[in-house]
Design a protein around this ligand. Sequence first.
Ligand SMILES: NC(=O)c1ccc[n+]([C@@H]2O[C@H](COP(=O)([O-])OP(=O)(O)OC[C@H]3O[C@@H](n4cnc5c(N)ncnc54)[C@H](O)[C@@H]3O)[C@@H](O)[C@H]2O)c1
Length: 330
Amino acid sequence: MSILLTGAAGFIGMHTARRLLDRGERVIGIDVLNAYYDPALKQARLATLEGSNAFTFEKMDFSDRDAVLDLVARNPDIDRVVHLGAQAGVRYSLEEPFDYLSSNLTGQLVLMEACRAMMDRDAGCRSFVYASSSSVYGANREMPFSIDQRTDHPMSFYGATKKAGEVMAQSYAHLYAIPSIGLRFFTVYGPWGRPDMSPYIFTSKIMNGETIQVFNNGEMSRDFTYVDDIVTGVIAALDTPPKTGQAGAPHRVYNLGNNRPVPLMDYIGVIERACGRQAIIDFRPLQPGDVLETYADIDATTQDLGFAPTTSIEEGIPRFVEWYRGYHEV
Ligand SMILES: NC(=O)c1ccc[n+]([C@@H]2O[C@H](COP(=O)([O-])OP(=O)(O)OC[C@H]3O[C@@H](n4cnc5c(N)ncnc54)[C@H](O)[C@@H]3O)[C@@H](O)[C@H]2O)c1
């Protein structure tokens, strides 16, 4: 049987595909290779997968309903879906909200329709796992962020589309009994990471001798989760389709984070040591809307999925910086 994996050329998608292939799965990856960040990085990620016979790739926009349903019809052995493709990024959602509408809302509906079509086949749809985000916690201030908290006040359109994706999945789980899990990722980092995220930006600036901006004198803490730990959680979710969940429908939502917030200056110190250079820092006041500390309550994820992240930033950041040096030949 096969797994349909979206966002195969993306950061988390590529790592998840790799792990699934390594355990002997057949993976059909799709991605549109959009230019939100350098498509050459996406091509390079794909190249790491394409050596495997069990991996096939189709360049496809998953908001194209006919194309995705045709792919599912052509591949009757697909019995599970891992939906990691999306228009990511909080800030960019202020610039191009319609990209989020098509990828994150229409795209989510198309993947749910694909699962619905699979439910009519003998193999059915055994598991639908999709990416949500800690951004759904929006204006919440109570730490740690817990799945029991309300999430109806997003502070970005990106967060709104991720919350909408969860609500949409709930309706299809209720209507068509599709076993579904939404995973709220908290800042993921590691080799092949995204150039629009702080580990990459800080590393690049420190290596190039450029100034980094640090707010509130660095008196902030954040949750960073190493990509291998995230992939372990994604695959545990895929292997643990819920029988029941919210209001009886087989749908659950979990936090996938590290519940050990790291002070920002400690994190910068680890990057400095890995780069072998000191950061030039421009300290700025706290920005409106900035939160001093965010981290995840992962009790339910640990209990139901056995999720227990093990990688500290002292281990993970040097692995990222080593990849960065190799990739950029610096
Ligand atoms: N990386 C993080 O820290 C983080 C945090 C919270 C949530 N997430 C979510 O996790 C998922 C994976 O994130 P990532 O960091 O790997 O992002 P990414 O941008 O590296 O990967 C997403 C991939 O989806 C593809 N894509 C976007 N729209 C598409 C479309 N319409 N059709 C086909 N392909 C499309 C992109 O080309 C990209 O390769 C996303 O849903 C993201 O919102 C990530």
